[in-house]
Design a binder for this molecule. Structure first.
Ligand SMILES: [Zn+2]
Length: 213
């Protein structure tokens, strides 16, 4: 039995990853980050509903209660300046901000694995989010382990299972459909808007439109 921290946003990919990890006999410690995202309330609701549904229907699986940390990223002081200037730098290395908090939770709990929900579809966005690139992640893992080595601590393993298996979003969804018939993936939240009902206009909604969920 492996212990693993998973960043859980309540969206499709991270939810599929939580279920995949549980099915593969891992003890899962989910982490939800309140980064003051506009859809915070609805992401949180999705996680709560999904958590309850997994517990009710698959009580034998080793799902631990999710933790929630509050972070501010990017810094409020810079956000407006970034937006005025050049949009793409607003969230520069945002995934690293999220990941570092998963690493902190893992170290605190003596957990040596962190799984990331990246899918093959994400790789085309590497130009905007370079920190989802597999080569970057490998170097990040080495960087963290260098720090741990200096501290005489055990190394940790940062792993993106879906990328390693060459899975697209639709493969992850198919896995859940085949293995977790009692989990309704419609409960997941993708839309970025602050409205309760998905806007059908944002990028997340448009991607979701083309999937069989
Ligand atoms: Zn939307």
């Amino acid at each position: 039995l492996k212990k693993v921290v998973i960043l859980w946003s309540g969206g499709l990919d991270s939810t599929c990853l939580v279920l995949w990890a549980l099915k593969n006999n891992n003890m899962v410690f989910p982490l939800f980050l309140n980064r003051h995202q506009s859809n915070y309330k609805w992401e949180k609701k999705a996680i709560e509903d999904l958590f309850n549904s997994i517990k009710e229907n698959y009580s034998n699986l080793k799902l631990q209660k999710y933790r929630e940390f509050e972070i501010i990223s990017p810094p409020k002081q810079l956000k407006k300046e970034f937006i005025d200037k050049k949009q793409k730098f607003v969230y520069f290395l945002r995934n690293s901000d999220l990941l570092i908090n998963a690493i902190r939770l893992a170290l605190c709990k003596g957990i040596e694995n962190i799984f990331l929900g990246n899918v093959v579809d994400d790789l085309k966005n590497s130009e905007i989010f370079p920190d989802i690139h597999p080569e970057y992640l490998k170097m990040k893992n080495n960087e963290i382990n260098k720090a741990l080595q200096i501290m005489h601590e055990n190394p940790i393993n940062i792993y993106a299972p879906f990328i390693e298996m060459n899975w697209k979003k639709k493969d992850a969804i198919k896995f859940v459909k085949n293995n977790f018939s009692k989990i309704d993936l419609q409960i997941t939240r993708s839309c970025y808007s602050k409205k309760s009902t998905p806007c059908k206009k944002c990028k997340a909604c448009r991607i979701r439109e083309n999937l069989e969920i």
